[in-house]
Design a binder for this molecule. Structure first.
Ligand code: HMG
Ligand code: MG
Length: 299
């Protein structure tokens, strides 16, 4: 059966804006995060504490995070790749972080300048120190299904790195289909393989990019398997600058439309969310790919 409630992990301000050519001014980002939180999204991933040369779009994390000081930091996850990033995040009062590993060597190299295992070794002290500070840790895993350089990714390869991230102490995992190639059967096979390897579904979230138009179908497959945490980005913003052929995430509007239609609670006010994404599309000067947004906003 399907769950009665789904927790949406909103990634538009991070995964979305990191991939835009336009560098959005800090005060506009702050308004974006506030509006997403006001629309009822329980978790609004705010920024990344990565090297500013790698992701210049998010180089203003030190300026942005303090502008979100009226929001509960437990609602504002941030990406942290290494000790340096954790120092920066903790200094600003972050309470929820995410490390981000890769199931494939090619993407680990492109995204983190490390092998898969070197990246895990880089995360180990980050997770330990964060947990010691009472900070919640998510472990993203990219290229869980397919990789632009390596093609389809064997289930066992993804399962191994998932287990390793959990063994480091991550509280939850987010299974990334970075380039959007997964299809629903593949999703169910991976979830079943993870269960067989002792990973409880309660620790798993899904993170689908919509490159091939499969994100919503894949989400439905994951819900049927018992997943209740789903990543999405307002207006379908997003992608990843270090993975060719990665386009936007599943649009939060399309996800909310499906979930509410299924009678699944999210806490999200769809009208306020759409108004926010319409506003952001104007800021960026390009239309949103979200079908639900277009249908309901006549854009
Ligand atoms: P590196 O070049 O190997 O870094 O990059 P290093 O450890 O050799 O350090 C080099 C210099 O960078 C040093 O400075 C460090 O202090 C500095 P120097 O001593 O030369 O003056 N440095 C930093 N500065 C600020 N903040 C830091 C930091 N770390 C080192 N945190 C590194 C390694 C991990 C830093 C780099 O590869 C990086 O920043 N990568 C981030 C890439 C990224 O953000 N990608 C997008 C997010 S992942 C994603 O989108 C996928 C996801 O959505 C899921 C999915 O869809 O699959 C999550
Ligand atoms: Mg992503």
């Amino acid at each position: 059966g399907l769950p009665s409630r789904v927790r949406i992990h909103e990634v538009g301000a991070r995964d979305g804006l990191q991939n835009e050519q336009t560098v959005v001014p800090t005060e506009v980002k702050a308004e974006f995060v506030h509006r997403l939180a006001d629309a009822g999204l329980p978790l609004v991933e705010a920024t990344s504490f990565v090297h500013p040369k790698w992701v210049p779009q998010l180089a203003d994390a030190e300026e942005l995070f303090p502008r979100l000081g009226d929001l509960d930091p437990h609602r504002l996850p941030v990406l942290v790749p290494n000790d340096r990033g954790l120092d920066r995040a903790l200094a600003l009062g972050a309470r929820r972080i995410a490390v981000f590993g890769s199931a494939t060597e090619s993407f680990a190299k492109a995204n983190l300048n490390r092998t898969v295992d070197e990246a895990l070794a880089m995360f180990a002290p980050v997770v330990r120190r964060a947990k010691d500070a009472g900070v919640h840790v998510r472990g993203y895993l990219s290229m869980c299904f397919g990789d632009p350089w390596e093609g389809p990714v064997p289930l066992a390869q993804t399962v191994r790195v998932c287990r390793a991230l959990l063994d480091l102490g991550c509280d939850e995992l987010s299974l990334g289909d970075t380039i959007g190639v997964a299809t629903p059967g593949h999703v169910q096979h991976l979830l079943a393989a993870l269960n067989e390897a002792g990973v409880p579904t309660s620790k798993l979230g899904v993170h689908f990019h919509d490159t091939y138009g499969q994100a919503l179908a894949n989400t439905y497959a994951a819900l049927q398997h018992g997943v209740t945490t789903v990543d999405a980005s307002a207006g379908g913003l997003g992608g990843c600058p270090y993975a060719k052929s990665a386009t936007g995430n599943l649009a939060t509007e399309d996800l909310v439309w499906m979930l509410h239609g299924l009678g699944i609670e999210t806490g999200v006010d769809l009208d306020r969310l759409i108004a926010t994404s319409v506003w952001m599309a104007d800021v960026l000067g390009r239309p949103s790919p979200s079908r639900t947004l277009r249908a309901l906003s006549h854009k």
